[in-house]
Write a protein of this length. Structure first.
Length: 103
């Protein structure tokens, strides 16, 4: 979803050109790479800081994708879901009981 610059100007009272500049500025920044021991590193500008103290990094082509590790979110999501009302199918009805299996 694209930000509505005009609405942001009306809410903040800031000039249109400033809001547009600020929104564009926070989407992309030029940063310098440096060495930290044997690793290549970069400083993440404040406006791009990630939550937490861990991240997942992967490469897509020549791009590096860095995503925060979000812990404990799955249980929160599952708690919002309605319980299932339909029964699960009996997928092992043709199998012998576990106690009768000869190995």
């Amino acid at each position: 979803m694209e930000p509505d610059v005009t609405a942001a100007c009306q809410l903040t009272g800031l000039p249109f050109w400033y809001m547009l500049w600020h929104m564009l500025k926070t989407r992309e920044r030029h940063v310098r790479l440096f060495r930290n021991g044997r690793n290549q590193a970069l400083r993440i500008p404040r406006e791009f800081e990630l939550e937490g103290d861990e991240a997942i990094i992967h490469k897509e082509g020549d791009r590096l994708i860095v995503e925060p590790v979000r812990k404990g979110k799955l249980l929160d999501l599952l708690a919002t879901l309605d319980p299932l009302t339909e029964p699960f199918p009996d997928i092992d009805e043709d199998l012998p009981p576990l106690d009768d299996v000869q190995l």
